[in-house]
Design a protein. Structure first.
Lengths: 418, 418
């Protein structure tokens, strides 16, 4: 097992102005590629703090990945420090300069001396080309260990990790073959799921590890198989067999495979089947539409939606009957059904989702406390509605759980139509 | 200055399954209260790694805050290790047990031995009551330094930091008085803003520090004044004077004060003025509605919205004329104006926002490349439209910038009505 230390540099991280998404993105990519992250360290733009962190990391792990501290206005603390650490000197790299020139040409800007200085790197490093930005990615080898310095801009870092750093690390450290398989489950709590599948889990072969990743009422199960290089086919067979076994005991809770989120599963399913969708959202307030349209290509299936926050809009834009709202209230099965059928018909979609509920933290009554939510899904042939009673009063959590439950009901409806 | 180390414990953090939002939330709260975070360290659920991190932190900073490793099923690695570190032993705490009992009574669950064990704490610590959960918050003092162990659940951690830990740290370390003031600016890039206000910034008194916090096309300026305890009135006067000076040179770019986000500014402004709002979203796909309704109390002003993704929905739900779409296309000033006026009138709102554009990464044409966006805002007396040309092809960034620009245009429209 090859151990990795991550060091993220930036005052903005220590001040809490920016959430350190780089650490989790890097950890996820490394874990999926067969590396183990031993520690993450965040330090400010301060040479001493960086030096101490690098010293400790190089003495305790095989691989050290450093992000940040490379911008044109940041004094290049990191580069100078790496020169000193590896006993090298700054030189202009042809590869890096060519890349800076190319990016400035694309943007139509003049190359300034400040930007040209981005091509300076320690002589002893290898420059890995950064196709998306001007900051160089630098690879150092020292006493059998590797240190890589990457820019802190998340999309540049992610591209470099995926396309340059991880492939080179895999070559250098002859890592194992890794096969990952995701299964999304819904409608069962993590601990109940764990009890249900325990007999299956105990019989998993040693090469497969199982992880539970619960998010907003949905639990993702990830199987990770590890083996020697060249054993990919055999590992794949083991994984397939394990998945088959899981379906035998938990089929009713498995809503999809090979997706990170239920929004992605809905996206792929609707595109794959050529079906269109409309949404009518009250308590989720546009979050369902937003989650779907955040994905490129959503226009292939998403007609649109109505955020029907007030009762007037439920009537005028969705055709919910006034007497329904009077008799049953906005948070009711009847209203949810009229919302979902109204939006599907008015927008001419194959499928529709509707939500109406009390997200909290206030607004509940004794009969309908905070956390009471009705969800309805509808196709051209049937409409299904479901009542949820979330225990908590936290608004965002109740919204996110409603969104996931709605996506899961839609997937089930589509499967029933088959 | 009192230096803080943060240690976040959890295998799920090192595997990248969870983004470490605790570190940034804690850093933000600490910075705003006069403490300086020197380092953040993430380690797995591993006694050796935790011990090393605690050792190093206790030797290099005055305050060490540890999150995680306290759950009922986690073996309580952290508690045992803290016993060993401080030479103490586990005892049942009356305060912690009473809290566990109270929470189980509220939830109507039976108290199990596993849960009762949550009340075990090292004898030498003081238990700070956790009103929101069963995991105890433990305060240790040792050789003039403080270590606090908190649960890793974000909402419990945040409540404890705000209500228990920071007040006690302020008492213990006699921290300075801190006054923070936020100003939201829009419509000017960070570097141009920096050039514009440089003369003002250079004349700021020594007690005031300025920070630039750019997010999705909006830049938040934060003034932080620090001084002796008891100097609050004088500091406030200095801050007021600085803010007044800033308005003199940058009034046109300042859209609001004392809010963290533009969505919060819109929320407070509309509630304060008793105005209602409707939205018609194409390229933002419900993100504007979602951002507003994520805030409790949005029903006071938000009537609802239409996510008009297809041209058919723009016509049927918003009343955009077929000939307008034919002649000018969906991404045009004319369409944006008809969308915003259509939704305002149909939903009977005082104000409306509309967006239509090409978020990317694909879908552009030579005349309307990716990043072309029209935004319109409308009141009962006027409608304004604006064209944006975002340079990048990244979908989420273009959506987020459009949302912020739309909020800022709405705020300006409201101010013009005064």
């Amino acid at each position: 097992m090859n151990l990795v230390s991550i060091i993220n540099i930036g005052d903005e991280l220590l001040l809490g102005q920016v959430v350190n998404t780089n650490a989790s993105a890097m950890s996820r990519m490394l874990t999926a590629s067969g590396f183990d992250v031993a520690s993450v360290r965040v330090v400010g733009d301060d040479a001493n703090a960086i030096r101490n962190a690098v010293d400790f990391a190089m003495s305790s792990t095989d691989i050290v990945l450093v992000t940040g501290g490379l911008g044109p206005t940041k004094d290049d603390i990191t580069k100078k420090l790496l020169c000193e650490y590896f006993g090298s000197e700054l030189v202009e790299s042809d590869v890096a300069l060519e890349n800076v020139r190319r990016i400035f040409a694309v943007r139509g800007f003049e190359l300034t001396p400040v930007n040209r200085a981005q091509a300076l790197v320690p002589r002893c490093c290898e420059v890995l080309n950064n196709d998306l930005g001007t900051a160089p990615c630098m690879w150092f080898e020292h006493a059998g260990r590797v240190l890589v310095s990457l820019p802190g801009v998340p999309f540049e870092m992610e591209w470099l990790m995926q396309n340059r750093v991880i492939p080179k690390l895999q070559d250098t450290f002859h890592t194992q073959t890794i096969i990952n398989k995701n299964l999304l489950t819904q409608g069962i709590g993590e601990s109940f799921l764990s009890d249900l599948i325990e007999p299956w889990e105990l019989k998993l072969p040693e090469c497969i590890r199982l992880a539970y990743l619960p998010v907003a009422g949905m639990t993702k199960l990830r199987l990770t198989a590890r083996g020697e290089r060249g054993a990919a086919d055999q590992l794949q067979r083991e994984v397939d067999k394990a998945v088959e076994g899981l379906y035998k005991i938990a089929r009713q809770y498995i809503v999809g495979e090979d997706c990170e989120t239920l929004a992605e599963l809905v996206h792929k399913t609707l595109i794959g089947r050529g079906l269109t969708l409309a949404t009518a959202e009250s308590c989720t307030g546009g979050t369902i539409a937003s989650a779907l349209t955040a994905q490129a290509g959503a226009s292939a299936y998403f007609c649109g939606g109505v955020v029907a926050y007030s009762n007037e809009v439920k009537e005028s834009a969705l055709g919910v009957k006034h007497c329904t709202l009077e008799a049953h209230g906005a948070v009711s099965e009847q209203t949810a059904r009229e919302m979902v059928e109204g939006v599907r018909e008015r927008l001419g979609a194959d499928l529709a989702i509707a939500t109406t509920g009390i997200a909290g933290p206030d607004g509940g009554t004794p009969e309908k406390p905070v956390g009471t939510v009705w969800i309805a899904v509808s196709s051209r042939t049937r409409t299904e509605a479901q009542l949820l009673n979330f225990p908590g009063r936290r608004r965002q959590q109740n919204i996110d759980r409603t969104v996931n439950q709605a996506f899961s009901m839609l997937i089930k409806l589509i499967c029933q139509e088959d």
